[in-house]
Design a protein around this ligand. Structure first.
Ligand SMILES: Nc1nc2c(ncn2[C@@H]2O[C@H](COP(=O)(O)OP(=O)(O)OP(=O)(O)O)[C@@H](O)[C@H]2O)c(=O)[nH]1
Ligand SMILES: [Mg+2]
Length: 326
């Protein structure tokens, strides 16, 4: 039996097709359902409309739920990069963050001290890097939002207690990360289907304690092929400067200074670019359209000689000063 639909129906359907949000889709679908005459010929169509409405209602509920959780524990990125700490209870994550940043987060002898993510800024030479102190990766309550935070991080710091079977800790941590579909790695490797790859550094903490030297040697023997490692003491403040440098290196970024002809570069506030960036990428940080106007640039640093004239695809290096000519 033909459906015989009135013109208003087609008008509502047109609006349904261009609707952008789940809410607008539901509204127009309900309109279509109300307009549609009820008889045998429209039975199937009406059932289809109801299925669609149910689908969009589900979608909008899901979006609402994730946006609530997301906003509550979403840590806005600041500085040159965001590095998130992962580890088991009592590894010393909070102690470490308070040792290398201005923040004073709660450090305690009992496990599960940190319950929400806490950001803090670490100064390294002329830049700031954001560190995020986290609850233990095994904290079941944290699982839903933990995943989002870790997936969006620029890099991970795997913190283990060198006095407490660190190999087992790294294995537990990587297994937990795997459950969250995150694959930590020392260098970017072959993509793994369904997994998000994250640059990671294994940090052995508490190297002031007995047995930590031997344990670090064993840890390095086991994971040295896969990950960079460092041994430090957050409490005794040992090798913290070296650690800051390693954290910076893990971010795969360079710092450059841009300037117009005749002006001085701002050496205090570098522009942060990812490694492998070109003159054109640096120009884009001035203005989206600026790179099109660019004729050439002069570089002090990575050029063969100071002030060398270079093209837009010239590869930049850390510390370069770039003068744009339009
Ligand atoms: N000897 C020694 N103890 C440390 C060191 N770093 C941290 N600790 C101690 O280890 C315990 C746990 O430190 P926290 O920083 O609270 O550990 P956490 O990893 O943040 O723990 P959770 O928040 O429960 O995940 C505290 O008693 C610290 O004083 C270190 O380098 N050496
Ligand atoms: Mg803590």
């Amino acid at each position: 039996m033909p459906a015989n639909l009135p013109p208003q129906y087609y008008e509502a359907e047109r609006r349904y097709r261009v609707a952008k949000t789940a809410g607008e889709k539901i509204e127009t679908l309900e309109e279509m359902l109300a307009i549609m005459p009820k008889h045998k010929g429209t039975d199937k169509l009406r059932a289809e409309l109801r299925t669609k409405i149910a689908k969009f209602e589900q979608e909008s509920r899901r979006k609402l739920a994730t946006s609530r959780k997301g906003s509550y524990y979403h840590i806005k990125k600041e500085g040159a990069g965001q590095v998130v700490l992962v580890g088991l209870p009592n590894g010393g994550k909070s102690q470490l963050v308070s040792a290398i940043t201005e923040a004073t987060t709660l450090v305690a002898d009992w496990p599960f001290t940190t319950q929400v993510p806490i950001p803090a800024m670490m100064r390294f030479e002329n830049i700031q890097v954001q560190l995020v102190d986290m609850p233990p990766v095994t904290d079941q309550n944290a699982q839903p939002w933990l995943s989002n935070l870790l997936r969006s991080a620029d890099a991970l710091l795997i913190v283990v207690d060198l006095a407490d079977e660190p190999i087992g800790q790294v294995e537990t941590i990587t297994a937990e990360l795997e459950k969250l579909k995150i694959k930590p790695m020392g260098i970017r490797g072959e993509p793994t289907l369904g997994m998000v790859q994250k640059k990671a550094l294994i940090l052995g903490n508490k190297n002031d304690l007995e047995g930590s030297g031997q344990n670090f040697a064993a840890l390095s023997a086991k994971f040295g092929g896969e990950f960079p490692l460092i041994s430090i003491s957050a409490k005794e403040r040992l090798r913290l400067e070296e650690l800051k440098k390693r954290i910076y290196e893990m971010l795969d970024i360079i710092r450059v200074h841009t300037k117009a002809p005749g002006s001085k570069p701002d050496l205090a506030e570098p522009v942060i670019l990812s490694k492998g960036s070109t003159i054109e990428d640096a120009a884009s940080t001035i203005h989206k359209e600026f790179k099109h106007r660019l004729k050439y640039a002069q570089v002090w640093g990575s050029g063969k000689y100071s002030g060398q004239r270079v093209k837009r695809d010239h590869l930049l290096e850390d510390g370069d000063i770039i003068e744009f000519h339009v």
